[in-house]
Design a protein around this ligand. Structure first.
Ligand SMILES: NC(=O)c1ccc[n+]([C@@H]2O[C@H](COP(=O)([O-])OP(=O)(O)OC[C@H]3O[C@@H](n4cnc5c(N)ncnc54)[C@H](O)[C@@H]3O)[C@@H](O)[C@H]2O)c1
Length: 356
């Protein structure tokens, strides 16, 4: 694999690799941008068929973090770490995460790690014993807890911005929202929506989760496939990535798409298709930043009121994207990228360095 070619593809200057024979640690830390502050991003612990896939995953995800943090106004750059899961089931997990924590510490504060796929609070608590450059630790240790309610709050505010912009309505009362996936975020989103008087339809592969939404929020359950055909005001994808694809985009009846899932557009051209159909799409990384806003506050000292206050600002960000898109006839996903690129280009200061 040509690492430098991949770094060029993803516009990188800095990728760190670490191997620790004693624990089986094989770690990649990708630091995409530090102009706004130290790179912040989760740590994945997964099996990969090829090492190249792990490196590309880190590069792709860290770049996404730069955009998400910059748009949310968080003083951080984008980073991500990928730990390749040892092939043998018999490894000492605590020792491995301790070795990773030391690696993070050696990076001198340029990268701050957190939970991601395959890692949990216990792993962060292990890392915390050897470095302070970690967030998402246990609430008993000053951590920020479950990010999902904050992500859901941000999505509700983003939906409100879209409804105001597109329908001229200052409230969600009577607005019909179809929620795909009522897991951690989708459940809390339904709770937020129900409290505002919105009408809710839901679909989930897990019938118990759909039933819970029906019971608690008077939601109407529809089949997994039908969720894209619901005659509603807002479609909120809150399940997996690529929900907006060749099969689904032509069927969507909603005038607004605003949900929590990451990477909702199967390809950028699906964002163009939505724009051509006159559907207002709230870019995923703009609207789902509440969880990141919440966890990032651990770096300066966690404060739940500040987390809520900052998450509420997602309304303004999404509204501005909708306005600029409408004025410039540019798809919203592209407007969001441009807003980040303009912001980063304005920064004259050099990359963030630790205080001496
Ligand atoms: N948890 C957060 O704070 C957070 C933050 C930012 C982005 N996200 C993104 O939001 C999405 C949801 O995250 P989560 O933490 O709620 O995950 P989750 O796994 O708790 O919930 C996802 C739900 O979607 C359901 N689902 C899966 N496939 C489905 C399908 N085809 N149709 C309908 N339902 C389906 C699952 O059964 C599950 O209930 C993910 O894309 C995640 O990356 C989450």
């Amino acid at each position: 694999m040509d690492v430098f070619e991949r770094m060029t593809d993803y516009d990188y200057g800095e990728v760190h690799l670490k191997r620790d024979a004693g624990t089986g640690l094989r770690a990649i830390v990708a630091i995409h941008d530090t102009r706004l502050g130290p790179a912040l991003g989760g740590c994945r612990f997964l099996s990969y068929a090829r090492e190249e896939d792990a490196v590309v995953d880190a590069l792709r995800l860290a770049r996404g973090m730069t955009y998400k943090a910059a748009l949310a106004g968080i003083p951080h750059g984008g980073g991500k770490s990928v730990l390749i899961k040892p092939p043998t089931p018999h490894f000492d997990r605590a020792a491995l995460f301790l070795a990773f924590g030391r690696f993070v510490e050696d990076l001198g504060g340029r990268y701050i790690t957190a939970e991601d796929s395959g890692t949990g609070l216990e792993d962060m608590d292990v890392i915390r014993t050897v470095t302070k450059n970690v967030c998402g630790v246990d609430q008993r240790n000053g951590g920020s807890g479950d990010p999902s309610p904050f992500t859901a709050l941000g999505v509700r505010r983003g939906i409100e911005a879209c409804v105001k912009f597109r329908l001229g309505r200052g409230s969600l009362e009577g607005i019909h929202v179809a929620v795909q996936g009522v897991g951690h975020v989708g459940y809390h989103l339904c709770k937020e929506l129900h409290a505002t008087g919105a009408r809710i339809s839901v679909a989930d592969v897990d019938p118990l989760k759909a039933e819970r939404a029906k019971r608690e929020f008077d939601a109407t359950i529809v089949s997994l496939d039908q969720i894209f055909d619901v005659e509603c005001d807002v479609l909120a994808p809150c399940a997996l990535g690529s929900a907006l694809n060749d099969q689904t985009v032509p069927r969507i009846k909603a005038g607004i798409i605003a949900g929590a899932a990451n990477n909702q557009l199967a390809t950028p051209s699906h964002g163009d298709d939505l724009n051509a159909r006159g559907i207002l799409y709230a870019p995923d990384y703009a609207i789902n930043a509440g969880g990141l806003i919440n966890v990032a506050l651990e770096v300066e000292g966690y404060d739940v009121d500040k987390a809520r206050e900052r998450t509420h600002k997602i309304y303004d960000t999404v509204y501005e994207i909708a306005e600029r898109s409408s004025k410039t006839l540019t798809p919203t996903y592209r407007v969001a990228d441009l807003m980040v690129e303009e912001k980063l280009a304005r920064l004259a200061k050099p990359s963030w360095q630790p205080r001496s």
